[in-house]
Design a protein around this ligand. Structure first.
Ligand code: NAD
Ligand code: GLY
Length: 364
């Protein structure tokens, strides 16, 4: 087992993200260490992970209680499921030195992380991501939360994990469509911060869980995210900062909501959003038409959509974007592509230009 560690540098809340084939064995060791000290620990996972990774889940279950969520997918990030986790923690007598191990994709990480953040005003939690998206993005940085019927991620908190273990071997059972969705966030990391990473993705497409470059790609994404989070943990910088991680996301969130959650995987909507953001940036003379073509080709090469599968109403997409959490003083906020490997934030984008790229992407 060869592992690499990236540190998320946040003073006394700093933590390691360990990446490597077989690194999940360390999760068992950490649970044993805590249990030996009298700490009570539980695991939260999803039905699909419990089934696909049954061997690993059984090893964990021999050490501590396991809660499998009632459902899979976005609807799991609900008030009802959150309450179920709190009740489970209380039933297993977790106290202030208790800990929660979140084993799953972004849904489980966000839900279990928020349950840990709010139970007893905050107990430790660990992230054991099992999707590519969670390994390169959601397990790092401490954003936790749930959805309301009024919108996605409307209730949540910043609560950093104590450690993260990303084991690419866990991706062996991940459906290919979910793997591709994670690649959208990988491409995003290259686009905002690392032209070399983007070049590697142009040259090596599509990747899969067995590809020898995958651990390096995951590590590079974690390094990029860790640096952004360390510089702007709570996304409060007026320009740039953590908001850069939202490249393509203003469009993506509107696409997900307008099409109906589940129609597009989050990563698929992000892929379309990356193309829209690149077109918008070229229109504003930030990046070049050739760079837009490179974004489109790379998104396609990683088996992701570059435009809407079926047309969505433009007016509804625009109205949804206006409700985005990132809207400040009524102005839409976009992340623009300055080059391959560089991005900026702007709230000066004329609405007509946003409408034009939505139309080019299949809205009508
Ligand atoms: P997900 O958690 O829904 O996982 C996708 C599906 O794959 C689920 O059905 C899951 O049970 C299954 N699965 C997971 N791992 C598996 C494995 N190894 N083998 C077989 N099946 C497996 O989706 P996701 O894309 O990981 O996460 C999306 C969520 O992440 C969204 O709710 C989004 O809002 C959130 N997110 C959060 C952040 C953050 O910073 N906190 C960042 C990006 C996205
Ligand atoms: N995925 C965006 C963030 O963590 O800020």
């Amino acid at each position: 087992m060869s592992a690499e560690t990236v540190t998320v540098a946040l003073g006394d809340r700093s933590y390691p993200v360990k990446i490597g084939i077989g690194i999940r064995q360390e999760v068992l060791a950490e649970a044993q260490r805590r249990l030996a000290q009298g700490s009570r620990c539980v695991v939260v996972t999803s039905p699909a992970v419990a089934q696909a990774q049954s061997h690993f889940v059984q090893s964990l279950a021999q050490l501590m209680p396991v809660l499998v969520t009632a459902q899979d997918g976005e609807t799991t990030k609900s008030v009802q499921e959150l309450a179920r986790l709190w009740v489970f923690f209380a039933a297993h007598k977790l106290n202030r030195d208790g800990a929660v191990f979140a084993l799953g994709g972004g849904v489980i990480g966000d839900l279990a992380g928020f349950a840990a953040a709010s139970y007893l005003r905050g107990i430790d939690f660990y992230q054991v991501p099992t999707t590519l998206l969670a390994m390169v993005d959601s397990s790092v940085g401490g954003k936790t939360g749930i959805n309301l019927t009024a919108g996605k991620n409307l209730v949540g908190n910043f609560h950093q994990p104590t450690a993260v273990w990303a084991d690419p071997e866990l991706l062996a059972t991940l459906p290919p469509r979910e793997f591709a969705a994670g690649m959208a966030e990988v491409i995003k990391h290259g686009l905002i911060a690392d032209a070399d990473l983007f070049g590697l993705l142009e040259q090596n497409a599509p990747l899969n869980w067995k590809h020898p470059l995958l651990p390096k790609v995951i590590r590079r994404c974690v390094e990029i995210k860790a640096a952004v989070v360390a510089s702007d943990e709570r996304e409060t910088k007026a320009e740039g900062g953590r908001a850069l991680l939202n490249l393509g996301h203003t469009f993506a969130h509107a696409i997900e909501a307008t099409a109906g959650y589940g129609t597009y995987l989050h990563g698929e909507a992000v892929a379309i959003g990356l193309v829209m953001a690149a077109r918008l940036s070229a229109t504003l003379h930030r990046c070049t038409p050739a760079q837009v073509e490179a974004v489109i080709a790379t998104v396609k090469a990683h088996e992701l959509p570059t435009h809407l599968r079926t047309p969505l109403p433009l007016a509804q997409l625009m109205a949804t974007m206006q409700k985005d959490k990132k809207v400040r003083a009524g102005k839409l906020r976009f992340v623009l592509q300055e080059s391959i490997g560089g991005a900026s934030t702007s709230d000066q984008v004329p609405e007509a230009l946003a409408q034009e790229v939505l139309r080019q992407g299949g809205a009508q």
